[in-house]
Design a binder for this molecule. Structure first.
Ligand SMILES: Cc1cc2nc3c(=O)[nH]c(=O)nc-3n(C[C@H](O)[C@H](O)[C@H](O)COP(=O)(O)O)c2cc1C
Length: 167
């Protein structure tokens, strides 16, 4: 798929088929994240992939939302700060960039995704039990799978409202 078509056609998906995602397809997504822009070559993103049935079901149960239950893979995205305990805004942006690459690489292969960013906020017990993370900066969970349906394109604020061409 050409980049333009990829960027324009990608949609967040709310419901997935039960078809598993081949490991090679997932690895391609991870590689796309791996090559994202990053500040000072820090690569602050970290990913935990739950693709086995039991761990995935356990996290889906904790998340308690339908897309997590139908997802073939749940992928936790977190940030490892270069120094100290608190990620810098730049590091958080880099994790977003890696996630965007990942989501586009998935879509290119026919795999849909949905960002569930706040589902595990303030739930360190779940984060520990389901992901093996201890006090790390979890930024969200991506539900991934072959879409059962692709939602229509949502309305967008007109481009002119988001962009100003400086003379
Ligand atoms: C940081 C972030 C957080 C999001 N959180 C949610 C969410 O909690 N629930 C949800 O259904 N979609 C969530 N989304 C998906 C957006 O709703 C979706 O991207 C937006 O409606 C545009 O639709 P599209 O992705 O199909 O273009 C999130 C997206 C981003 C980038």
């Amino acid at each position: 798929m050409q980049f333009w078509q990829l960027a324009e056609s990608r949609r967040s998906c709310l419901e997935f088929e039960s078809t598993p995602i081949p490991r090679a397809a997932l690895e391609r997504c991870l590689l796309a994240a791996h090559w994202a822009v990053d500040p000072g070559r820090s690569q602050p993103w970290r990913l935990v992939i739950l693709w086995g049935e039991k761990p995935r079901a356990r996290l889906a149960e904790a998340l308690g939302v339908a897309p997590a239950h139908s997802a073939a893979v749940l992928l936790a995205v977190w940030c490892r700060p270069h120094a100290g305990d608190v990620p810098t805004p730049t590091e958080l942006l880099a994790v977003g960039a890696a996630t965007a690459n990942l989501v586009l690489a998935a879509w290119e292969q026919g795999v849909g995704s949905l960002w569930l960013p706040e589902a595990l906020l303030g739930r360190p017990d779940v984060t520990r039990a389901c992901l093996g993370l201890e006090g790390e900066h979890l930024l969200g969970v991506l539900a991934m799978g072959y879409p059962a349906a692709v939602p229509p394109r949502p309305p967008r604020v007109p481009l002119e409202q988001c962009v100003r061409w400086a003379p």
